[in-house]
Design a protein. Structure first.
Length: 234
């Protein structure tokens, strides 16, 4: 092992891989936060409540999302602590998962100079992939009757309902999450149906319009976007 304190223990390619990983995490953490509470929201529907005893309460979180979020956070805490201890740095940033990942992004060179960093990509990558499987589960083949699809397209649903519907429509809609619906809405690609609604009611959308705009404006993967940015900078 090299005793030079400023020796990099990672190649340039390995540093770039880590950069891509940690820059995925803030958005992923937000998706996990949504997924973490979605089970509690779905559990409040009337048909479910009728099957529960009066003393029972719906789970306040999705256990799989909670576990993935906690594991990802713990992995980042471990690497931040190691860098601070080995490189004599102080940590004053946010202690959220997004804050930890942004700190690692800003201190990638210090991380690359830390003994033992060779396993960082594997550990962080495994935590990221586990979290991604929760927010974007692997696609399953679904054969729906065309009349059922037409009927679903005409329904008026909120963002959570559309995300739930999308899970039943096959691979091309597997990334149509609540956050994706909000992104399309913020970009002006979709608009809520007119009310009037109560101020605290969620916005409603025609499901078919959301499905069409999701396909018409594909979301670039974070890795592809990062690669394109590097190519333009080269």
């Amino acid at each position: 092992m090299n005793d030079e304190p400023n020796h990099l223990y990672l190649s340039r390619a390995e540093v770039r891989e880590l950069v891509e990983l940690v820059r995925e995490i803030p958005d992923l953490a937000e998706d996990l936060a949504i997924a973490r509470t979605r089970q509690g929201k779905l559990g409040s529907r009337g048909d479910y409540r009728m099957r529960r005893r009066p003393s029972e309460q719906p789970l306040p979180y999705n256990p799989a999302a909670a576990h993935a979020a906690d594991h990802l956070h713990a992995v980042l805490v471990g690497w931040v602590r190691l860098v601070c201890e080995q490189r004599g740095l102080g940590y004053t940033s946010s202690t959220t998962t997004a804050g930890l990942s942004r700190w690692l992004d800003k201190n990638l060179i210090a991380l690359a100079m830390t003994p033992g960093v060779e396993s960082a990509s594997r550990e962080i990558g495994e935590a990221v992939r586990a979290a991604t499987r929760v927010v974007c589960p692997p696609a399953v083949e679904v054969n729906l009757d065309p009349s059922m699809i037409d009927q679903a397209r005409s329904r008026r649903l909120n963002a959570s309902g559309i995300a739930t519907l999308a899970k039943e429509l096959g691979d091309e809609y597997r990334n149509l999450t609540v956050r994706r619906v909000q992104t399309l809405r913020d970009a002006g690609k979709i608009a809520p149906v007119p009310g009037p609604w109560a101020p605290d009611w969620p916005e409603m959308f025609v499901a078919g319009e959301v499905l069409d705009q999701h396909l018409a404006h594909p979301r670039r993967s974070r890795r592809k976007a990062a690669s394109a940015a590097r190519s333009r900078a080269a």
